[in-house]
Design a protein around this ligand. Sequence first.
Ligand code: ADP
Ligand code: MG
Length: 268
Amino acid sequence: MLDKFVDVQNISMNYHSTNGETEAIKDVSFDIANGEFVSIIGPSGCGKSTLLSIINGLVKPSGGNVFIKGMPMFDMPPGLWQDMKQPSRAEIGYMLQRDCLFEWRSIYENAILGLEIQKKMTERNLAYADELLAQYGLGEFKTYKPSELSGGMRQRVALIRTLSTKPELLLLDEPFSALDYQTRLFIADEVGTILKKEKKTAILVTHDISEAISLSDRIIVLTKRPATIRNIHQISIGTDNRTPMKSREAPEFRKYFNKIWKELDVHV
Ligand code: ADP
Ligand code: MG
């Protein structure tokens, strides 16, 4: 129980619209340990973003529940947990494909936006944001506007904005897919290294198999819609001081790649 930082239990999701019902997710369960980096991979449109929004509490599932540190994200039927104290929601950071930086704000003002919104602009937190900017090569760009930065740098600002609120859990929804190939490799590796160093629990949604293998401790492969769990892979790459870059060069890499490639059934 204590080991389950995130516990996804029997999640189902049906969307209702004028065109009828879309079954997006069907009975998905898994759990994630503290400090673990897990990727969710699956065909486009299978329900990955929906699943992440449910874990974040933004979308209410049709069935099932998500527990963060043992506390339910969604209300339980009366009687099931009435002696439990009011859920203390964990701090969750969310990072999307679009970097969502505001052009009228400087890089610094964008980086501290999360702190501002959450009313956490203490001296200590602001110093931490400053430290992250300096550490990750943005110290000299604090007064710049987002349009003056490259796509990779902007994505790094978005990550720092997310990290500066010190979330316990990070949810990343295809955060690199808008970047060109070279930048994507570089930033994905960099973000992976940053998150390891800051010891974050993270869930990454991606459709890039290489990205998933290089970054993850575990990979959850989903089927096409409605998403169910196809398989879960424990990624063990036997290099010392594993970094995303080293993982890509490891002999085990190809083995995982081929297995997951087949499971994704891209031709069906
Ligand atoms: P993925 O992120 O894997 O590409 P999504 O979770 O975005 O997939 O979508 C899964 C399915 O649910 C798709 O068929 C999509 O059209 C549908 N869907 C997503 N959001 C909504 C919504 N708000 N209303 C109705 N249908 C939706
Ligand atoms: Mg999506």
